[in-house]
Ligand binder design. Sequence first.
Ligand code: ATP
Ligand code: MG
Length: 366
Amino acid sequence: MSVAINDLIMNALPLPVLTIGPEHGIIHANTAAEAFFEVSLRMMQRQRLTDLLPFGSPVLALVEDVRQRGASVSEHRIDVGSPRLGSERIVDVFATPLGDDSDNVVVMLQERTIADKMNRQLTHRGAARSITALGALLAHEIKNPLSGIRGAAQLLEQSADENDRLLTRLICDETDRIVKLVERMELFGEERPVERGPVNIHNVLDHVKRLAQSGFARHIRFVENYDPSLPPVLGNRDQLIQVILNLVKNAAEAVGIDATDGEITLSTAFRTGVRLQVPGSQERVSLPIELSVSDNGPGIPPELMSDLFDPFVTTKVQGSGLGLALVAKIVGDHGGIIECDPAPRRTTFRILLPMHRTVSGSDADM
Ligand SMILES: Nc1ncnc2c1ncn2[C@@H]1O[C@H](COP(=O)(O)OP(=O)(O)OP(=O)(O)O)[C@@H](O)[C@H]1O
Ligand SMILES: [Mg+2]
């Protein structure tokens, strides 16, 4: 009886789940797995995982790894595309020991569509790069004449009457706004390698919290949900401050200036077994440090989600839409990933970063 219920549960799951036995033999697969691989359960039970996946697929090594370690491992962004399944089938894989005395391993796949956030990271890295050149050009070509215009307006202001002074003020304020925009774009032009070292992420979060509470987020309650044993991140402190600041600023702006119950939650956690395949190579990096910023604002409009991390995407009157683009660039430069869960009342931006290792191992320069 309970077997039947277990089957029903498995088949109700929208994600493909496979149970893998010795020598990669397939013991069980749910309906979603049948649909994903386009092979019936009966057929699959006569096959091996090696028949379903491309030759040398990292999923096979992952299953072996789980079997040997007896612990769960997840790995992001593996391409299981094949001539049969079609190219570019990008999945996240979660594998775990079955939990009985056997060596069986349960594998769950979660497909990521092209427009999905992980891939976005790659796309918007490209986008960030293309505005890098633009930023440098703007900075060079626009800042000087602007300061000329501003200087001239200030001179005029001295001899202007009350009405004209309103206009000269306007010129100054607007040129200041352009200079600020250009300066933010210049940040993208930073191509020199930044210095990285051990960074205490709680220290970064505290710093940003203090900045926020003494300014734009004075009216918001902060909740801290920290894992006290978190090891240091391998990163650049100033850049990580910038990342968290941009996220907290967005969170505060989402909550709104009039909110009385505004709440921003800062969390950290240590996650073993989260690994990321470096695109274009067999190399895998582990990203065990998770930090997230959530708010209880209205959430992100669904139509924004696919371009969220692109530059100049904004819904704010005074927004430049560079905040998240810069966040994505910095996180990408750190070898990390960022994801967004856009739900109303608990919008969450989650960042995974590599850990700093004391002994100089191969991970240290990632
Ligand atoms: N926590 C959030 N809740 C709801 N919407 C958000 C949140 N974070 C970002 N957004 C949406 O994403 C858009 C882009 O954010 P981004 O930080 O890149 O630019 P911006 O905040 O509009 O401008 P800037 O950061 O340059 O001042 C925002 O305009 C907003 O619509
Ligand atoms: Mg912003």
